[in-house]
Design a protein around this ligand. Structure first.
Ligand code: ADP
Ligand code: MG
Length: 254
């Protein structure tokens, strides 16, 4: 049986307000799941809770991965266990290049797995970095930029996908956010996910619009409305949502 990341009856709140009201969702390795839903449904909240953002209080439920409840772990411990959560490092760090940051991220993961690991050599890292940048169609000069310093929304996404390619997570959770990525950025993200998908990895792609799903074929689509999954289905569900919107869940039936 494929390894799973199982979200069970997850309740979470921010500023005294309950946002997630019992989310149940099981991701499997080898599958791409899409999570869609109207604005304010709690999609980003779910991403933040999974990454361990301190502002969100989990009041009930669990998230089981490799036999443990990851909600008990610090964000970096979740990452070292094999989860990749976008937004982990959203801050700008002038003076630290993307390449330096990525090398540090790889070494932190290796050290967590084996305290005696001396880290990746500069030569090996540069080879790996160039390899992955080629795979993703990124300009090698991009790695020399200071981390997130003046990055556009699209560049932040590119950096995120590159980080994902280097860390080779078992499950990756990506929030497209509602910032409105341009079509090129969207393609880079989609190309990266498509290049990295396979039996050893599972994805949860969080998105408000179907757009990105035109580039990434998802195996399962879930709809989140008012903090709960209200429907799950195949890729055709995304087409239906595109055509019909979320009205049928938002308005009482006459
Ligand atoms: P989505 O990503 O589906 O659009 P979010 O998870 O961003 O939804 O937001 C869910 C709800 O949580 C929204 O009603 C939003 O106003 C509320 N919310 C998010 N962050 C905060 C906060 N810091 N304080 C209070 N309410 C918040
Ligand atoms: Mg959001």
């Amino acid at each position: 049986m494929a390894e799973t990341l199982a979200i069970r009856n997850l309740h979470a709140r921010i500023a005294e307000r309950e946002i997630l009201k019992g989310v149940n969702l099981t991701l499997r390795k080898g599958e791409v799941h899409a999570l869609m839903g109207p604005n304010g449904a709690g999609k980003s909240t779910l991403a933040y809770v999974l990454m361990g953002h301190p502002a969100y209080e989990v009041t009930e439920g669990e998230v089981i991965f490799k036999g443990q409840n990851i909600l008990d772990l610090a964000p970096e411990e979740r990452a070292h266990l094999g989860l990749f959560l976008a937004f982990q490092y959203p801050v700008a760090v002038p003076g630290v290049t993307l390449a330096n940051f990525l090398r540090a991220a790889i070494n932190a993961k290796r050290k967590a797995q084996n305290p005696d690991d001396p880290g990746i050599s500069l030569i090996d890292f540069q080879r790996l970095l160039l390899d992955k940048m080629r795979l993703l169609g990124l300009n090698p000069e991009f790695a020399g930029r200071y981390l997130n310093d003046g990055f556009s929304g699209g560049e932040k996404k590119r950096a995120e996908v590159l980080q994902m390619a280097l860390l080779e997570p078992e499950f990756a959770i990506l929030d497209e956010t509602d910032s409105g990525l341009d079509i090129d950025a969207l393609r880079i993200v989609a190309q990266g996910i498509n290049a990295l998908r396979g039996s050893e990895r599972g994805f949860l792609i969080i998105t408000h619009y179907k757009r990105i799903l035109d580039y990434i074929r998802s195996d399962v689509v879930h709809v989140l409305v008012d903090g709960r999954i209200v429907e799950s289905g195949g890729p055709e569900l995304a087409d239906r949502l595109e055509a019909e919107g979320y009205r049928r869940w938002l308005e009482p039936v006459a």
